[in-house]
Write a protein that binds this ligand. Structure first.
Ligand SMILES: NC(=O)c1ccc[n+]([C@@H]2O[C@H](COP(=O)([O-])OP(=O)(O)OC[C@H]3O[C@@H](n4cnc5c(N)ncnc54)[C@H](O)[C@@H]3O)[C@@H](O)[C@H]2O)c1
Length: 343
């Protein structure tokens, strides 16, 4: 099969990651890179890559099929405005745009010029998220009514541009976009309530974390917690159903499902709790529950790239423009605090 000849614009952390992944997939020929940083250009040369001096050279590169945009977030729109009319297909890093309105412009440019614009929402294929979807499919927890999705760490906001509002910094655009996308994939009913609190523990102009609560028309409540000043991590996922609870501790999918066998615990007795006494919150007799391993999932390797290649041949995009737009709308609303909505 002919490889897709692609140029990389923005050869930082993610640009280099794509270079490695695309090469490993065997689906792409990396034609070269463009980056404004001399250091990153030197790194690309070290890896044996061609380095262009201006995006104009990309536009005139013979037989080029596509461009990957992996620059800071504020530059995604201008680069799509530059490359789409030159009929180059585009993979754009997330968040596709700073607002859903900007994404509409990008999408319209793609449509008008007949190119594929694929947004890299790669975390749809994360094994931990696929496990969450499988738990729902298998129904082992009964009706799932509450989901907590948390990504926590203690290294603060990385790099320079992620600390600047105008460059599309902040943890909502950085991590929120992935985690909201996952939840909207998990439950495709309307979002009817959005409530968000940002945290500024580090004192930058952008949020270093947030707690976003979403209520879905299905009745599901979900919380997304992102914290970059957290020295004891939270579990990655906590899922509450009418029949039990599942916890996925981390990306490696350590965790378990605990499911009720006998609702009434006949051996229940009160216990000392702090300065008082409780029966309600006493530990359950282990004979009344069962402990199940997390279901196993197969994460297809290079699924996003394979879908991009198929879309170039007329196939449907896995990450649909209307889905990207919906995530950006939820993010936009979340900056306003609490609002009843229909998204
Ligand atoms: N999908 C994911 O899992 C994932 C993970 C990390 C980052 N990202 C996204 O990838 C993009 C890049 O993030 P990163 O972590 O690689 O940042 P980074 O700072 O490491 O890299 C950005 C690169 O863009 C270059 N750049 C800046 N202005 C430019 C311009 N005008 N033209 C060309 N290059 C320019 C910088 O010199 C730098 O090398 C962001 O949109 C980010 O949200 C996605």
């Amino acid at each position: 099969m002919k490889k897709i000849k692609i140029a990389i614009v923005g050869f930082g952390g993610m640009g280099e990651w794509h270079y490695r992944q695309m090469t490993a997939s065997g689906l792409f020929e990396i034609a070269g890179i463009y980056d404004i940083s001399e250091e990153r250009c030197a790194r690309a040369r070290e890896l044996g890559l061609r380095v262009w001096q201006s995006p104009a050279f990309i536009a005139i590169e013979p037989a080029l099929d596509a461009v990957l945009i992996a620059t800071p977030n504020d530059l995604h729109l201008p680069y799509v405005e530059y490359f789409a009319p030159r009929r180059l297909n585009i993979i754009c890093e997330k968040p596709a745009a700073l607002t859903s309105g900007y994404f509409d412009i990008m999408n319209e440019l793609a449509r008008k010029n007949g190119i594929v614009l694929a947004v890299h929402q790669n975390r749809r294929w994360d094994p931990d998220f696929l496990t969450v979807k499988k738990i729902k499919e298998e129904g082992s927890l009964g009706e799932i009514y509450d989901v907590e999705s948390a990504v926590t760490g203690s290294h603060g906001i990385p790099g320079a541009w992620r600390k600047e509002r105008a460059r599309g910094g902040g943890m909502m655009l950085d991590w929120g976009v992935h985690l909201i996308d996952q939840l909207l994939q998990f439950d495709n009913s309307e979002v009817v309530d959005v409530d968000c609190e940002m945290s500024y523990a580090e004192g930058f102009e952008v949020e270093d974390g947030f707690c976003l609560r979403l209520k879905f028309a299905s009745g599901l409540s979900a919380r997304i917690l992102v914290d970059t000043n957290c020295f004891i991590n939270r579990p990655r996922w906590r899922i509450q159903g009418t029949l039990g609870t599942a916890v996925i501790e981390n990306w490696d999918r350590k965790g378990e499902i605990v499911r009720v066998k006998e609702r009434v615990d006949r051996s229940l007795c009160g216990v000392k709790a702090g300065n008082g006494y409780t029966r309600t919150m006493a530990d359950r007799s282990q004979s009344t529950v069962e402990r199940l391993p997390l279901p196993s999932v197969e994460a297809e390797e290079f699924a996003f790239y394979k879908n991009f290649v198929s879309a170039l041949g007329g196939g449907e995009l896995a990450v649909k423009p209307e889905e990207v737009s919906r995530v950006l709308k939820v993010m936009g609303i979340s900056t306003l605090g609490r609002l009843p909505v229909k998204i």
